[in-house]
Design a protein around this ligand. Structure first.
Ligand code: TXA
Ligand code: MG
Length: 392
């Protein structure tokens, strides 16, 4: 196979303000230029409402192989096909079940990916040879305009190098893929920040394969009972205490023995869990009298620093007032938990990348609830940390 071609990557900024209708945007010269590249079988990075995607024609094996090469992605991990209209699903999916119609009606355009029987038009590289295909209709005006202009369904994984945190800003795409792709369309920071919910509709019962910002509760209100992939719950809850207590720190590290590394920063991410809480819940400053939790968290920071490590923390603005470390990334200045969660989803990957920029060795952050959007956040955190967890 030939090598990845070298490009001098163009960074195109598009201001998709509210008055910029998708039809009008699709005729924008820069969108037209990017669409021509897609039609010619090249790849283009573009914003969606979740994370930036790296797109190519979903109808061409040759084009899709360029995505896998640029990302260094294993070719057995299938991609999501993005459409701009329901009509575009013709030939992409084989048939639309009652559940699929309902999901489309209530959640599209938006961060919900549906796994459905594959149509004959989609090339085999997209689905990695599977008989099913993952599809979604993004809500971001630039994404919709690009798909409209290209007049093709666009296959797109997140636009990061395989294994790195997903990109939520164009500069993240450039960090990973500069020189490997012809164009990145910059539509500013993405809104949701974590990848779409993946819902499998090909089995007996709808099943969440990847949690995202469309939650189980939201789905159940529309289609009734939804299950969660047992593999997902196993990896999230079978955290075993198979490490000895670290006498230096006085806390117990736990490891779920998860084999994959994903969304990972270069430094070591450690999740800090509260011993008195159910499953994964955020430890708020008020959880202990006499600041016991605060001092345990600070003690963790200090222990690593005393070993010569650069320690970074990802915290709320209120927590930033309390703790001392080498680098503090504030993900939210709000005091309401729901808003903090949305802000954490939005800034998580950016925060992890900032840690790398600061050459941080040890990243510490507290676990959050695994209800609602928290499930998606904890799923990404457990992967990014390879399950490294301490209880205080
Ligand atoms: O928000 C998103 O979904 C972003 C933006 C760019 O749309 N895309 C994204 O793509 O996150 P990617 O490739 O990073 O993740 C696709 C996920 C993977 O977990 C993959 O295994 C799963 O979707 N997937 C794709 N096709 C599938 C299929 N036929 N059956 C089951 N899972 C599938
Ligand atoms: Mg990805």
């Amino acid at each position: 196979m030939d090598e990845v071609r070298e490009w001098s990557t163009r960074h195109i900024v598009i201001n998709s303000g509210v008055d910029n209708h998708v039809d009008k945007l699709s005729k924008h010269p820069h969108i037209q230029e990017a669409a021509q590249l897609i039609k010619a079988g090249e790849v283009v990075a573009f914003p969606t409402e979740t994370v930036y995607g790296l797109g190519a024609s979903a109808l061409s094996n040759q084009a899709v192989e360029k995505i896998y090469k640029a990302k260094g992605r294993p070719s057995d991990n299938p991609l999501i096909v993005h459409v701009a209209s329901v009509e575009q699903l013709a030939g992409v999916v084989d048939n639309l079940s009652h559940y699929a119609h309902l999901c489309i009606k209530y959640f599209w355009p938006g961060p919900l990916t549906l796994v459905l029987p594959k149509g004959e038009k989609v090339c085999t590289a997209v689905t990695a040879g599977l008989s099913t295909v993952a599809v979604r209709m993004p809500e971001h005006p630039v994404a919709k305009a690009l798909i409209l202009a290209a007049e093709l369904p666009i296959a797109a994984p997140s636009a990061n190098s395989s294994g790195r945190p997903s990109p939520t800003e164009a500069k993240h795409v450039l960090e990973d893929l500069m020189g490997k792709i012809p164009v990145v369309i910059d539509g500013g920071a993405t809104g949701v920040g974590v990848e779409s919910t993946v819902l499998d509709l090909t089995g007996d019962q709808p099943c969440i394969l990847r949690p995202g910002s469309i939650t189980k509760d939201q789905l159940e209100k529309v289609i009734g009972e939804v299950t969660i992939d047992p593999a997902l719950t196993r990896s999230m809850y079978s955290v075993e205490a198979d490490h000895p207590v670290d006498a230096d720190i006085g806390i117990q590290p736990k490891s779920p023995g998860m084999k994959y590394k994903h969304y990972a920063p270069q430094g070591e991410l450690w999740l800090v869990q509260h011993k008195g809480k159910q499953k994964h819940q955020h430890i708020s400053v008020s959880d202990y009298d006499n600041g016991e939790a605060e001092s345990a968290f600070q003690r963790l920071i200090d222990t690593h620093r005393s070993k010569g490590k650069q320690v970074g923390i990802l915290v709320t603005a209120a927590e930033a007032q309390v703790y001392n470390s080498d680098f503090t990334y504030i993900y939210s200045d709000d005091s309401a938990e729901e808003k903090q969660l949305a802000a954490l989803a939005q800034h998580l990957y950016s925060g992890l990348r900032a840690m790398d920029e600061q050459k941080i060795d040890i990243i510490l952050m507290k676990t959050v609830t695994d209800d609602g959007l928290g499930l998606a956040i904890m799923n990404r955190l457990l992967k990014a940390s390879s399950g490294r967890m301490v209880t205080i």
